[in-house]
Design a protein around this ligand. Structure first.
Ligand code: 4AD
Ligand code: MG
Length: 482
């Protein structure tokens, strides 16, 4: 018979009431030598196991302590106590893994409150906590909902390369990939590194985005999306940046900028809604935690809404759509800017927006998710469609409360000549991207796409504040443990 999870048991207990079943899990607590709170990771809820200790081997009872793993067979009965509908009366207990008791003392498995920093240092053990169990179950639900959304809308999942020669964003934030002996790097007559002798016979790096390859796929398959790891060697030690993060990049033939914004809004709302409907227990736990955390903050910094309330509001309201030019006007005329409250004051049209400006627009001015569009061409990537004003490009960023930029995208420049000119102006190597330019030579069509940073969406939905706490093993400057 298929093994039963604790989630199966707790949701469908009527089927097994008064029957004997076997469960597996880790001890979360053992009270009065009588009540085991058992968790197997399938749900945030523990199964209460009742042990009549007089009828059990003393050696077994002695070793049932927090973190130990057990196999238990017993009868499912209606619970006498409050807090759970059913419990298990243990008949047979097998200890699968005992604890190294002394070492346990210094781990986060000790049942007491640990700081998030401490939990991060033991990232390999934090899956055992209520908090990280909830976060990673929700991360899974988000990923699943993303695939489901695209599948239902006839998008094809494309795997773009992780090792690539292309710099999609042109921002020079790439990690090189080489097979050279670093103590003996081949050089040519001029002393430059001779990449022709490297493994791939050329200079390669870890991808910063699958977009350019994704675009070529959309030019044949119509609607595609990628979902994979991306790497950026940007030295930003913030709560919103990772050096390795997961990005979802849809690309759609025949879509223009407005279609692209519609897609982004519909897509985000679908995924958030999926979590509201399918992750109730975990969200309720995180909602309580969020409320507790707010209480520790000064009154002015507290969130206006609870976590679940925030998610419900985001799915029910239309996102505000605002051009870059309008946003600059709002910022220029804001009290904050006039009184010098911004670290980077806005001086004129053309300024790149910092996260403090994005958050002002979203959290103070509009109090709603905002989609900014039509940015100055100088501050955006080469592949974006040049608008008729010759000053702006058909770019869009989706900004979320508490997060800032969650999605970045654009309609693409589909005209060969204009694209080629932009590449020259922005010093993007045409020869390297010959294959990308080809897509504009043979049946080029308008098309658009965007990139969603998975971890930023997980941050938003879970109400966590540090991006290091929503990916199992974070990679950040000076940190690659595990
Ligand atoms: O705005 P970005 O750089 O856009 C692109 O890479 C485009 N090629 C996407 C496209 O049009 N297909 O990145 C997209 C998103 C950002 O909005 C942000 O959510 C996330 O990726 N992101 C990061 N997340 C975590 N850590 C980082 N260092 C990130 N850099 C970008
Ligand atoms: Mg961006």
């Amino acid at each position: 018979m298929k093994k039963q999870t604790i989630k199966d048991l707790l949701t469908d207990y009527k089927k097994v009431l008064h029957h004997d079943i076997t469960v597996y899990g880790w001890v979360r607590a053992f009270r009065s030598n009588r009540f085991i709170a058992l968790n197997d990771g399938s749900t945030i809820n523990n199964l209460q196991v009742v042990v009549d200790f007089e009828n059990f081997d003393e050696n077994i009872i002695k070793n049932i302590n927090t973190a130990a793993s057990l196999k238990i067979t017993g009868e499912v009965v209606e619970s006498q106590g409050a807090g759970q509908t059913v419990e298990l009366i243990a008949k047979k207990i097998t200890i699968l893994g005992e604890n190294f008791t002394e070492e346990l003392q210094s781990t986060i498995l000790q049942p007491k409150k640990h700081s998030l920093e401490k939990l991060r240092e033991q990232a390999h053990l934090r899956f055992r906590t209520n908090l990280f169990g909830a976060v990673f179950r929700i991360r899974h639900a988000i990923s699943f909902a993303i695939h489901q959304y695209f599948n239902q809308n006839q998008f094809f999942y494309i795997n773009t390369p992780i090792v690539t020669g292309a710099d999609a964003e042109g921002a020079g934030e790439m990690f090189g990939v080489t097979n050279f002996d670093l103590n003996n790097i081949p050089r040519d007559e001029d002393g430059a590194i001779d990449y022709s002798q490297d493994f791939f016979g050329r200079k390669t790096n870890l991808t910063v985005s699958g977009q350019l390859e994704g675009e070529t796929a959309a030019m044949g398959l119509g609607r595609i999306y990628t979902f994979g790891p991306t790497f950026r060697a940007e030295n930003s030690n913030t709560t919103r940046h990772l050096a390795e993060f997961w990005m979802i990049e849809p690309e759609v033939a025949f879509n223009n900028l407005e279609d692209n914004i519609d897609l982004a809004e519909d897509f985000l709302k679908y995924v958030i809604n999926y979590c509201l409907e399918n992750c109730k227990d975990d969200l309720e736990f995180l909602d309580k935690r969020f409320a507790e955390e707010q209480k520790t903050k000064p009154e002015k910094e507290r969130a206006k809404e609870g976590l679940i309330e925030k998610l419900q509001n985001v799915v029910s309201k239309r996102f505000k759509r605002v051009s870059y030019t309008e946003a600059i006007d709002i910022l220029l005329n804001s009290k904050e800017n006039k009184k010098g409250k911004f670290q980077y004051p806005i001086e004129e049209w053309g300024a790149d927006l910092q996260s403090e400006h994005e958050r002002f627009l979203v959290e103070k001015h509009f109090e709603s998710p905002v989609v900014l569009f039509d940015y100055p061409k100088e501050i955006k990537a080469f592949y974006m469609k040049l608008n008729e004003d010759n000053k702006t490009v058909a770019a869009m960023d989706v900004l979320f409360p508490g997060i800032g930029e969650i999605i970045g995208g654009s309609e693409r420049e589909a005209r060969y000549d204009v694209l080629k000119q932009k590449m020259t102006d922005m010093h993007v190597d045409e020869q390297e991207l010959w294959w990308y330019l080809d897509t504009r030579k043979f049946g080029s069509v308008p098309h658009a796409g965007f990139g969603l940073g998975l971890e930023r969406l997980v941050l938003f939905i879970t109400g966590m504040t540090n991006i290091r706490d929503v990916i199992p093993f974070p990679r950040t400057p000076k940190s690659a443990e595990f």
